[in-house]
Write a protein that binds this ligand. Sequence first.
Ligand SMILES: Cc1ncc(COP(=O)(O)O)c(C=O)c1O
Length: 434
Amino acid sequence: MTLADVIPSLRSSLPPRQLDRGLWPLTTTLGRGGLAIGGVPLTLVEEEYGTPAYILDEADVRERCAAYAAAFGPAQVYYAAKALMCRGLLRWVAEAGLGLAVYSQGQWNLARTLGIAPDRIIAHGQVETGGDGRVVVESLADVQRLTRTRRPRRQQVILRVLPAQLGFGRPPWAAQERFGAPVASGELAELVAAIADEPLLDLVGLDVYLGSQLAQFGGYEHAVAQLVATAAELRRAHGVRIEELNIGGGFAVAHTEQDPTLPVDPFAARMRRRLALECDRRAIAKPRLSVTPGRAIVARAGVALYRVTAVRHEDGRQIVAVDGGLSDNPRPALYGARYTAVLTGRASQAPLCPTTVVGRHDEPGDLLVRDEPLPGDLRPGDLLAVPGCGAYHFPLASNYDLVGRPPLLAVHDGQARELVRRETLDDVLARDAA
Ligand SMILES: Cc1ncc(COP(=O)(O)O)c(C=O)c1O
């Protein structure tokens, strides 16, 4: 029995016996001064860069890249740049040997200026690649647009396929809301014929995107089976040889202690087994199996740091306002995403109390943390750290209420440095033309 077991209120002030490794960045430590990441105490990050701030653990990102590269083979992993993209991060991803999936012209151009080879990039969403890389097509309009664009050489294309029922109840999205060609449909045959008719387009791959925060293997296995069946049919009916099957991303990452994280090694092994089985059944050569993870590479590495601005107690609950919110993390408002938080920078002896953290924007949806246990004596000036903030925060941030977006700071080996600096009011007003 420990002292904290005898005096429960001591629990919150003592360093936890261990941090939840699935939730916090790899190098997180908790000592008397609070949390440190990459060897940098978060209090020092706050002193130098202020709040709100987004902190990215370089070692964590590199470890996730290495884990996915080891599980699937580096050439078969394309980091989904929509999750988070800036020059510094892309260098780490490229150094791990991963390819890149880009979703805009800006992302393509930035990747190319950093020297990422075009054959390591998959481009979505009407990106003009000049015939380089591989482009995902989802509709006849995409094919027509590609054929209209004059290019010096052949363009490799990947066809987006909409799988049928995936075997885990309700599909993660309604097919009507998505583009892509439904499996075994006339629409798919029409799209394939349109690509085949265009001498400068080569159909080399098929891909699917099943949704996000998926922790079960079953839906992906069904998708592999349907992709292989489609590849076999394309071989039979059109003589097309599919070289690559991409099962997308969407791999779950925990944001609170209750959430699951998709384990990459058993997942990759299961997908490979299923691919081999289905290819044997259909008597076709095994295509490369590739993935496009975004969140799984960067979510855990990121921590948001906020300063408490006001505190209220009501019906045994604590309601805390912080200096960020909807403008830097719209995910709770957009998707009902849930987070947890930790007090850092001072020890508290207070018993834990269900705590809700609201943002600065005075909106019902501006709610960062809901009913998580935090010390019941929070006060203005305290620092709160929120884990699981590496993916889809920074890129979704806005200037709502003319608030400048926070900086993105890399921490590594006891040093913090800006990957992206804080946005000033001048930056925000620079486009105001009147
Ligand atoms: C086509 C496509 N691929 C991959 C991803 C990456 O998803 P995640 O970050 O959940 O892995 C997305 C995210 O929306 C996507 O739209």
